[in-house]
Write a protein that binds this ligand. Sequence first.
Ligand SMILES: [Zn+2]
Length: 417
Amino acid sequence: MSTNTDGHIRLTSHPNRYSAARYPIKWGAATARERGPVIGPVTSPSDRNAIGAYGGSYSLYRALAVSSGALNPLIRPDLTNTTPAVDMGPFPQWSEPNRIVSLDPWGHRVTLDFPGEVAEGLDIRPTIAITKARLTIPEFQARDQKWITTDGEIVRASGDIAVTKAAVDPVWFLPGIASRFQIGEDKLRRTLFEQTGGIYPELVTRPDLSVFLPPIGGITLYIFGDPAAISDRKRTLTCRVHDECNGSDVFGSDICTCRPYLVHGIAECVKEAQRGGAGLIVYNRKEGRALGEVTKFLVYNARKRQEGGDQAATYFERTECVAGVQDARFQQLMPDVLHWLGITRIDRFVSMSNLKYDAIIESGIEIVERVPILAELVPPDAQVELEAKKAAGYYVPDREQSKTDLKNVVGRKLDEF
Ligand SMILES: [Zn+2]
């Protein structure tokens, strides 16, 4: 559907109206030119070869900006000087069948691979951006003993940490997503259409369009040390895959181990980079196990108010009562970004999650060692979550130590805050 400047709405989703796309996408092709650009702007509907719009969930804010008159809907981005700060790929994984189905591996190279088309005015936008930054982590400065040491290059004299970071928007190749979940593509398209309240009719009316730009959060990568070391099997890689937890990550809420484990992961990444390898934090926007923060806070209340208090024994049960499911993160899509980075082996995996570990191993990446969170970093109220997860299959180096009676691991009550 598109809105013309005269205000008429023209439906482009009718099955009889589509003709072969001017810019076909051959997903998994070996070169960017052969694969073709993913074109999802609303500025030129006839060029579009993807369902949805650029920017994921932010396309709705764009709509507000346009509707309020703050943004000209026909404006095209000026991409001068926006190319990646470091090279990334191409790697063999980019063209292996069904290896990457939830992001566009060529998404950062739009202006490099299609300069002529961009110059001619075709509105192709990057779905990945790579830049550089410095991090200041208060925990490293606050701790008594030196957690990380200064080397002048990765950790500066000021304590700042030099990183390369990348933002990745989701781009779904629908046949590949369906096959990853072992369901039919028709069923996937129909369910996506229905569960979004019919917001994308082309999911069901345009079977010729295989690529969907879903309105969900993306991924941020933080790379420590030489980015080229990530895919180099002769060098070592430390990696933490972290799912967003705003309450802990940003605000230091003590009901879970998220920020402490993230900071622990960053420290391990820094040390790996200082040894000549690379460190990698993958930060996925999947708040509250991808059930959202409202659900998460409802679950907190249900946990804290239940009879017997907030116990590890009923940790997962309470989530399921509220959300109908324990977890909606679907780790089977998570390894895609690791394959995008050309990873074939993770030497130190800073996570205790069996779900993440299994998904990575099953996708063909080797994991040499698993690194649990340091016990001293776990806040007292977060013992409930940690013990429940350990009992459910979380990695524990010494199983003997984990024979805890889950009923005895009880957290704070609501009136104790
Ligand atoms: Zn958390």
